[in-house]
Design a protein around this ligand. Structure first.
Ligand code: PHE
Length: 342
């Protein structure tokens, strides 16, 4: 009996097998217990000689079981240590990094270039009132220019007949706010979101403009042309890029001009700053005296230029992005492709 169980314990390969052996040998109905029960039928002499031997056997088997059990669990631990280790020197998987949206990137580039030209950044609210978006810019009620803007109106409560707030249709209201705040002389740009109810491949209901405003005692259209040419040369990284000024009309500038930059199409590809084609990029002009007046700046002392251009448009031109609508779809694949690392 002894040899049988000691050999079985030595051969057991896991704790479950060991437990089976324990039950069979020293369990309540195990072989040793059965033998102990037989003690009752023995003579006192036999009992005295067999009893202690059985107890010793039980102890020996229990000791062997305990020793084997701890050997097995040591082995199991060693096996786990061998397979479940972690190499802390491996490079980490890294977290996906976001990218800078092309509009943010280009806004930064524009602001940096104009900062070098002495322009500070001004801001205004996207929800504007009638005065700043229209009236102060010499667009009175019923002026046809109000229709041209496809304005989003915010309705007032019933019975409140003040003019409704609007989502600003351009960044020009920031001209008024900046002059009210800082007076003249002043040199600011105002990048930001603007809204018009319009949607197709080249129009989205929300887009971005940057306004420019320079007011001094003798600022002229010549200064405007120089500043814009400096800007485009720096922005597109093309020395001597040409601009073309076409007479135009805006209620808030007089005279007014639309400005084109030199470009050409080669093999279906747009080349900025080359050839003899033109692409319209902005509206501009000399700030209308009524606009200065509305902003509290004396038009008999001060004069200057203003311009407004589309940021999204500039981003598309510089980085070869084909569809304006994709700018605002928040498609991660697009953002990874066209975005900039931070
Ligand atoms: N606000 C005009 C627009 O949105 C652009 C502009 C700005 C024109 C300043 C002249 C001067 O189209």
């Amino acid at each position: 009996l002894r040899d049988k169980y000691i050999a079985a314990i030595a051969a057991a390969s896991d704790e479950a097998a060991l437990e089976e052996i324990r039950i069979a040998a020293v369990g309540k109905k195990g072989e040793v217990a059965l033998k102990m029960r037989e003690l009752g039928k023995m003579t006192p002499e036999e009992r005295q000689s067999v009893g202690p031997k059985l107890n010793a056997l039980k102890d020996e088997i229990n000791t062997a079981l305990t020793a084997k059990k701890s050997a097995l669990s040591d082995a199991a631990l060693d096996a786990r240590l061998a397979t479940e280790w972690l190499d802390v020197t491996l490079p980490s998987r890294g977290r996906p990094q976001g990218t800078v949206h092309p509009v943010s990137q280009v806004t930064e580039e524009i602001s940096a270039i104009f900062a070098n030209l002495g322009f500070a950044v001004a801001e205004g609210p996207q929800i504007e009132n009638d005065f700043y978006n229209f009236d102060a810019l010499n667009i009175p009620p019923h002026h046809p220019a109000r229709q041209e803007f496809d304005t989003f109106y915010m309705h007032r409560a019933e019975g409140d007949d003040r003019p409704p707030h609007v989502l600003r249709t351009h960044t020009s209201p920031v001209q008024i706010r900046a002059m009210e705040k800082s007076g003249a002389p002043i040199r600011v740009i105002a990048p930001g979101r603007v809204y018009r109810s319009d949607y197709d491949q080249t129009h989205t209901p929300m887009f971005h403009q940057v306004e420019g405003l320079a007011i001094g005692k003798d600022i002229s259209m010549a200064n405007l042309k120089w500043v814009l040419e400096e800007f485009f040369a720096a922005f597109f990284e093309i020395d001597g890029i040409k601009t073309r000024f076409r007479a135009s009309h805006f209620p808030f500038t007089e005279p007014s001009a639309e400005v084109d930059i030199q470009c050409s199409w080669v093999d279906g590809q747009l080349r900025i700053g080359e050839g003899d084609g033109w692409m319209e990029v902005l509206g501009s002009g000399m700030v209308h005296p009524k606009v200065l007046q509305a902003a509290g700046v004396d038009p008999d002392t001060w004069q200057g230029f203003a311009f407004g251009m589309g940021i999204d448009r500039l981003a598309m031109l510089k980085y070869g992005i084909p569809d304006l609508r994709a700018f605002f779809d928040s498609d991660l694949r697009w953002l990874r492709h066209y975005g900039f690392s931070c």
